[in-house]
Design a protein around this ligand. Structure first.
Ligand code: ATP
Ligand code: MG
Length: 290
């Protein structure tokens, strides 16, 4: 492998799998373009001093801890399980999942005591060990690499400790989730002893990531409103500092602009209609620079 250069940040991301696409998208939206069609094991970005190193997600924490890569985008679950010394510098808001204990659906489960003396199959033995130690449970932990969810039916284990996002896989294997132990999302990790030069580049990158992440789930809202209702509207959609209010050519009316969370959009729209807002436009937002 080429030597890690002082002039360039090297970021390790997943080659393929659940985090690959969104990692590339986040970099692109932050103005770091990588041509996925021309990609090699190590690919230089065109408009930022950065190169991307493609790895299996399991190898990312160690690669960053060793300084072979300066940064990595990886699930917090992998960081926690591997236990390498890296700094978790930013949560990235995608790849959300949890690691849970699940048992066959007919088991009458009351508390973690149930797991005393049981065999548990998992790909996350260290996180589970820590949890059982906290709970005072003594169980047999069997580390297996894949298809953990079939272990109980195959007679390999009594229960499993595995990643859950919707729970569908558990149900189709006759299992039920009984303890949610660890919550994860994709995070940006950094080698703890980056040079000052690289730390400055990291700050620029973090700032851009934040703008991209912040704008996700936000909408830009414009509407016509009777001028006397402006105060009420500001209470409903306060925006970042305060909404923009522009006069309309028609006297007694104005145009009000604001931003809202997509989750709250319909609720806010109902409230705004009640106070007389009309011609409401909802636009998507590209970036929010605070
Ligand atoms: P690799 O080949 O890189 O080792 P993998 O098979 O270990 O890939 P993926 O299944 O692609 O890993 O998952 C990568 C990460 O995505 C997980 O470690 C986790 O942080 C996150 N993730 C989010 N939702 C889920 C899910 N439903 N199942 C598995 N992982 C998920
Ligand atoms: Mg993996």
């Amino acid at each position: 492998m080429n030597e890690n250069s002082e002039k360039m940040l090297r970021v390790a991301i997943q080659t393929k799998g659940r985090l690959n696409e969104q990692s590339v998208e986040l970099l692109n939206e932050a103005g770091v373009s990588i041509d996925e069609n021309k990609r090699k094991f190590l690919t230089r970005a065109t408009d930022f001093p950065l190169e991307v190193l493609y790895l299996r997600d399991d190898d990312i924490p160690q690669t960053v801890a060793m300084g072979v890569a300066d940064l990595g985008i990886v699930g917090l679950n992998e960081v926690e399980e591997k236990g390498y010394k890296v700094d978790v510098v930013q949560k990235l808001g995608f790849g959300n999942c949890r690691i849970s204990l699940a048992v066959p659906k007919d088991v009458e489960y009351m508390s973690p005591d149930y797991f005393n003396g049981k065999r548990i199959a998992t790909s996350y033995p260290r996180i589970l060990e820590r949890y059982f130690a906290e709970q005072g449970v003594t169980a047999e932990i069997h580390e297996i690499a894949g298809s953990v969810e079939i272990a109980p039916a195959a007679g390999i284990s009594d229960a499993i400790f595995d990643i859950v996002s919707s729970g569908g896989t558990l149900v189709s294997n006759g299992l039920k989730e009984v303890e949610k132990v660890f919550f994860s999302e994709a995070v940006l990790i950094a080698n703890p002893s980056l040079s000052e030069e690289k730390r400055a580049m990291l700050e620029v990158l973090q700032f851009r990531f934040e703008a991209v992440i912040d704008s996700r789930g936000m909408k830009y809202l414009l509407m016509n409103l009777p001028a006397e209702k402006v105060e009420e509207a500001i209470r409903i959609v306060p925006a970042m500092r305060s909404p923009t209010v522009l006069p309309l050519a028609q006297e007694g009316w104005c145009s009000l602009h604001s931003v809202v969370r997509e989750k709250e959009l319909w609720d806010k729209v109902e409230q705004l209609k009640k106070i007389g807002a009309e011609g409401i436009l909802v636009l998507s937002l590209d970036k929010i620079i605070r």
